[in-house]
Write a protein that binds this ligand. Structure first.
Ligand SMILES: Nc1ncnc2c1ncn2[C@@H]1O[C@H](COP(=O)(O)OP(=O)(O)O)[C@@H](O)[C@H]1O
Ligand SMILES: Nc1ccn([C@H]2C[C@H](O)[C@@H](COP(=O)(O)O)O2)c(=O)n1
Length: 243
């Protein structure tokens, strides 16, 4: 066990020490804001991040989808869509690792905006695979044990969740337009299930712990109107507040 004053060096995880709640924390980044952009597939998260990346003093982290499409020559994202029962655990284990890696990486600016979080990976995508009968109970149990260990032992602070709330129909249209090879087989029903899980988590707040205040932005509008909404909400977002 580390004593509170000790630190440990392991690659980029150079600044861990035990906090008062007994969790591993990153030192020196307490004053940095972390904003997570959440929303359904193709709701416009990356586009939103691209827009805010033009603001100075913000570090933007998009989801590491390229890693999910190519880990040592394998494509777990594609495999999962082809056979979710076999490959769901493989993809989600890797996503959990890569999201943890992002949460723990050194923040290079006063503020970080990142796409999704380790929380939505578990509460939305793993949950959806399990509830739809496409993830065996043993796989769900193992992923849940990992997730609980991580969140109980490592502080993963989020200051604000920006929820891009969009209709599944809009997402389906945008997804077809984006035309990512692996996603061509995604039916509207899949996006409806993801939407319902997001609504229960972030709007109704009836399913899982919500780790930060939530700012809801309607995301069905065209790009010009979205930019107006981003500008209207700029101050709240940059101060990490939903009021
Ligand atoms: N407000 C919008 N109106 C129309 N198309 C949009 C809008 N926002 C994003 N798009 C397009 O929809 C697709 C998905 O957007 P993207 O930002 O990649 O979504 P996400 O990151 O949430 O999956 C892209 O082709 C993008 O250019
Ligand atoms: N935990 C997760 C996170 C994402 N995905 C899938 C959904 C999409 O096909 C792709 C990227 O998501 P987007 O940024 O376009 O919303 O990854 C998943 O299956 N599990």
């Amino acid at each position: 066990m580390l004593s509170p004053s000790e630190t440990k060096k392991s690659g980029y995880l150079t600044m861990q020490s035990y906090s008062s709640q007994g969790k591993l924390v990153r030192n020196g980044e307490k004053n940095k804001l972390v904003i997570c952009i959440e929303g359904n597939i193709a709701s416009g998260k990356t586009t939103c991040l691209e827009y805010f990346s033009k603001t100075s003093n913000i570090e933007v982290l998009t989801e590491p989808v390229s890693k999910w499409r190519n880990v040592r020559g394998h494509n777990p994202l594609g495999l999962m869509y082809q056979d979710p029962t076999r490959w769901g655990i493989t993809l989600q284990t890797y996503i959990q690792l890569t999201m943890l890696d992002q949460h723990l990486s050194t923040i290079s600016a006063p503020m970080r905006m990142m796409e999704r979080s380790i929380y939505s990976a578990k509460y939305i995508f793993v949950e959806n695979l399990y509830r739809s009968g496409k993830m065996p109970e043993v796989d769900f149990a193992v992923l849940s044990e990992w997730f609980e260990w991580i969140t109980q032992n490592i502080a993963i602070p989020v200051d604000l969740i920006v929820y891009l709330q969009s209709s599944p129909q809009t997402c389906h249209e945008r997804l077809k337009e984006r035309c990512r090879e692996e996603e061509k087989i995604i039916p509207l029903e899949y996006l409806e299930a993801i939407h319902q899980l997001y609504e229960d988590w972030l709007i109704k707040k009836t399913s899982f712990n919500v780790p930060a205040p939530v700012l809801v932005i309607s995301a069905d509008d065209d790009l010009q109107k979205m930019i107006l909404q981003y500008e209207e909400n700029r101050e709240k977002i940059l101060s990490g507040s939903n009021v």
